[in-house]
Design a binder for this molecule. Structure first.
Ligand SMILES: Nc1ncnc2c1ncn2[C@@H]1O[C@H](COP(=O)(O)OP(=O)(O)OP(=O)(O)O)[C@@H](O)[C@H]1O
Ligand SMILES: [Mg+2]
Length: 226
C-alpha cells in the first residue's frame, strides 16, 4: 500500500453549461511510486479534465481521490493548495514562466510559497535542480530570453523544486521539436527511475507514450486500457 501515490475511485464528472454532459465516467486508476505513465486519447475525450481533478485543482466531481493514501474529498481549498504545492509538480504545454523574473527566481517561487525552508536554502535547491537539468548557466537570465526548449526545462525545474511525489504533465512536449521532446522524455525517465517520482503525462505523441512504462488510453470520458 505504501507504494501507491495516487488513486482515483469511481470518478465521474459533468459539465453543466450549456447542457448537462458527462465528460468522465467511472474513472479508476492507481499510480505507484516511480511509475512513468502516459495518458492518451483523442481530442476532447477528457484528458485535461481528468488531470485537473487528479491534481486537486478541480473539486467538482463525484467519486474519490486519494494522494498517498489520504482522501482529498473533505479538504478545504487552502489545504488542497498546500498539498498541491508540496506533493504535485505540474508541467503544461505552455510554460507560464514569469517573463520579468530571472530563471532562478521562477524556479524558487513554489519553494518560497511553501515556506518550509529559508530563502537561501530554496535558492540552493533551485540551483541544484537547474544544474541537474543541465541549465544552471541560465539561472540569471530573464525567462523571456530563453528558447522554447530551455523554457520547458525551467518549467520542469520549477515543478521539481518541492520534491513532489508525482509530476503531472498536460502535453509538456506539445510545443517542442523532436530534439527537445527527447530531452524532456529523458529527464522524465530519470526522475522516475532514479528519484522514484511518479509521472503522469498526457500526450498526443504516440512514440513518447510507447516508451513510457504504461499507457492509460481514454475514449469518450472512459478509460479502456490500463
Ligand atoms: N469548462 C467546460 N465547460 C463545458 N464543457 C467543457 C469544459 N471544458 C471542457 N469541456 C468539454 O469536455 C470534454 C473534454 O475536454 P478536455 O479538455 O478534457 O479534453 P482533452 O482530452 O484534454 O482534449 P485535447 O486533447 O484537445 O486537449 C470536451 O468535449 C470539452 O468540449
Ligand atoms: Mg487537453
Amino acid at each position: 500500500m505504501g507504494d501507491i501515490i495516487l488513486e482515483a475511485r469511481h470518478i465521474n464528472k459533468y459539465f453543466h453549461d450549456p447542457v448537462d454532459v458527462k465528460v468522465l465516467s467511472d474513472i479508476n486508476l492507481i499510480i505507484k511510486k516511480g511509475e512513468f505513465v502516459a495518458v492518451t486519447g483523442k481530442s476532447g475525450c477528457g484528458k485535461s479534465t481528468l488531470l485537473y481533478i487528479l491534481s486537486t485543482m478541480d473539486t467538482d466531481y463525484s467519486g474519490e481521490l486519494l494522494i498517498e493514501d489520504v482522501t482529498m474529498n473533505n479538504k478545504t481549498e487552502p489545504e488542497l493548495a498546500r498539498i498541491r504545492n508540496e506533493k504535485i509538480g505540474f508541467v503544461f504545454q505552455f510554460h507560464y514562466l514569469l517573463n520579468e523574473f530571472t530563471v532562478l527566481h521562477n524556479v524558487m517561487l513554489p519553494g518560497l510559497k511553501l515556506n518550509k525552508y529559508p530563502a537561501a536554502e530554496v535558492e540552493h535547491m533551485a540551483m541544484e535542480k537547474l544544474n541537474m537539468l543541465g541549465i544552471g548557466q541560465l539561472a540569471i537570465k530573464k525567462a523571456n530570453q530563453l528558447s522554447g526548449g530551455e523554457k520547458q526545462r525551467v518549467a520542469i525545474a520549477r515543478a521539481l523544486i518541492n520534491n513532489p511525489c508525482i509530476i503531472m504533465g498536460d502535453e509538456p512536449t506539445g510545443n517542442l521539436d523532436k530534439k527537445n521532446s527527447e530531452i524532456v522524455f529523458n529527464i522524465f525517465y530519470e526522475l522516475a527511475s532514479q528519484q522514484k517520482q511518479a509521472l503522469l503525462i498526457v500526450t498526443h505523441d504516440e512514440e513518447f507514450a510507447a516508451r513510457t512504462q504504461r499507457t492509460i488510453k481514454m475514449e469518450d470520458g472512459k478509460i479502456y486500457l490500463i
